[in-house]
Write a protein that binds this ligand. Structure first.
Ligand SMILES: *Cc1c(COP(=O)(O)O)cnc(C)c1O
Length: 472
């Protein structure tokens, strides 16, 4: 092409805003997005075009109403897409904090929807017509499922631990084993939480071994709490010793000092029943004599983000009276979801079907493999040329610090790039993240891995549509 055949645009060639808005090409979008958004987007585009003209980069032929309308439409689609949207979590980590942890069961979603759109008896006692307490929504279920006297709910487990420490140990001493001064992902470190709560940390024992006598020796007149923290995301093995909760509780009772346990994930049922690794059960901690037990709502429990504290009624009452509780309380959506999920635990024999998290954790490797093989041709077609896709065995993880040493046998796709040094993999990863429902895999060992454990059958059509869009 010779330079004379390219007609550069002048500022005067750019159509006016009003003319474009009256053009038929803009009519559908005015209906769909409304005048204000279309005008704002079009203004932005026209300004960008004027700058291109100044740099001598704009050709006249690109300035038709149709092509400008198409560009505005694209900008509107991108600009109005929700920032928070569903993704396909194929990382192999089931309870992934970056992806919102536990997906809620479908049946529970209906409860959340009703609570969201309607007035509800959140803090209203329907029997007496008097003001109620929002914790009453889930307290009876939590009593039933854990054997505890009372319960309260806050925004997350970090908040639960903060509330316990601030309420029971402000300006007082809390005795904790050195082996339990853990850091959980996302900057939750037990010593830092202690400091924020205004509690004084008294470390006892050593990293690998702590004995009951270590706790006993550390108790002074200023001690107000003995605390145990479940070392969620790591295990120590070899020459180790930790104090049994039963023994610690007896020591606490002897000195009149409550024992609190941060159980982290905590489970309401024994997961070994489904062949999963053992994780502490809240009911067992209460039975062992713990005065308070704190755990997350959206880890193994499979519910919404929440921090749950169960235990002695007098201590729970003190937590509720702390002004911090008002700041850390949960809303009606959380309580609707939590009540729905807790109710599922009344029928544990159906839990692996009804509770999404458990259903994902207990998927049989053979079923996942069959799914990977069935969908393989679609992925291979979408990635034809430049990539080599095979079905491979891989390991899923529970995530969120639960069952740290437990790996779940799974299957999925292993993608290699024929490009130099796997640069094609990064590009593919970028393109998959750019889909309307992004597909998130895991880059490792110069390959892109997609673990299909978390791909629900019901989502397959949507999933295939994404690969089609990628290819198209
Ligand atoms: C995960 C975890 C927390 C933090 O719980 P969130 O619900 O994420 O706030 C605290 N303690 C332990 C032991 C944990 O495993």
């Amino acid at each position: 092409m010779t330079s004379s055949s390219v007609a550069l645009a002048a500022a005067a060639d750019i159509p006016s805003l009003d003319r474009l808005l009256n053009d038929a090409a803009f009519a559908p979008m005015l209906v769909q997005y409304g005048r204000s958004q279309v005008v704002a987007t079009l203004r932005g585009l026209l300004e960008a075009l004027r700058q291109c003209v100044r740099r001598g980069e704009l050709q006249v032929e690109t300035l038709t109403a149709e092509s400008l309308a198409a560009e505005v439409q694209q900008r509107l689609v991108r600009g109005t897409r929700p920032r928070l949207r569903p993704v396909f979590n194929l990382t192999g980590t089931v309870l992934h904090t970056n992806f919102g942890r536990a997906p809620l069961p479908r049946g529970v979603l209906e409860r959340v929807l009703r609570a969201a759109g309607d007035a509800v008896n959140l803090e209203y006692d329907l029997d007496s017509g008097a003001r109620g307490d929002r914790d009453d929504v889930v307290e009876p279920l939590l009593q039933e499922l854990t054997g505890a006297e009372a319960a309260t709910v806050v925004n997350n487990n970090a908040a639960a631990v903060l509330l316990i420490l601030n309420t029971l140990a402000h300006k007082r001493e809390v005795v904790v084993s050195r082996g339990e001064l853990v850091e959980i992902g996302g900057a939750f470190r037990i010593p830092d939480v202690m400091r924020s709560a205004g509690a004084r940390l008294i470390e006892v024992g050593t990293t690998n071994r702590t004995h009951l006598s270590d706790y006993a020796d550390a108790i002074t007149a200023r001690s107000t709490l003995l605390m145990k923290v479940h070392a969620s995301n790591y295990t120590i093995s070899g020459y180790t010793a930790a104090v049994d909760l039963k023994d610690l509780s007896a020591l606490g009772r002897q000195h009149g000092i409550p024992v609190a346990v941060d159980l982290g994930s905590g489970s309401l049922v024994d997961l070994t029943r489904w062949g999963l690794p053992r994780e502490p059960v809240v009911r067992d901690a209460i039975a062992a004599g713990a005065d308070l037990v704190a755990f997350s709502g959206d880890k193994l429990l499979g519910g919404p983000q929440a921090g749950i504290v169960v235990g002695r009624a007098d201590l729970i009452q003190r937590l509720k009276k702390n002004p911090l509780k008002r700041a850390l309380r949960v809303g009606k959506l959380t309580l609707a979801a939590l009540e729905g999920v807790l109710a599922l635990y009344r029928t544990p024999e159906d839990l692996a079907v009804e509770l999404t998290t458990l259903q994902l954790l207990t998927r049989r490797p053979g079923d996942i493999e069959a799914q990977a093989r069935r969908l393989l041709p679609v992925v291979q077609a979408a990635l034809s040329g430049g990539y080599f896709v095979t079905v491979q065995a891989m390991n899923s993880q529970v995530g969120s610090g639960a069952l740290p040493s437990g790996q779940l046998a799974s299957f999925g796709w292993h993608v290699l790039s024929s490009g130099a040094k796997g640069s094609g993999l990064n590009r593919l990863d970028d393109r998959l993240r750019g889909l309307s429902r992004p597909i998130i895999g895991r880059l490792a060992e110069k390959a892109l891995w997609f673990d299909l454990r978390c791909l629900a059958d019901a989502d397959e059509a949507d999933f295939l549509a994404q690969w089609a869009a990628l290819a198209g």
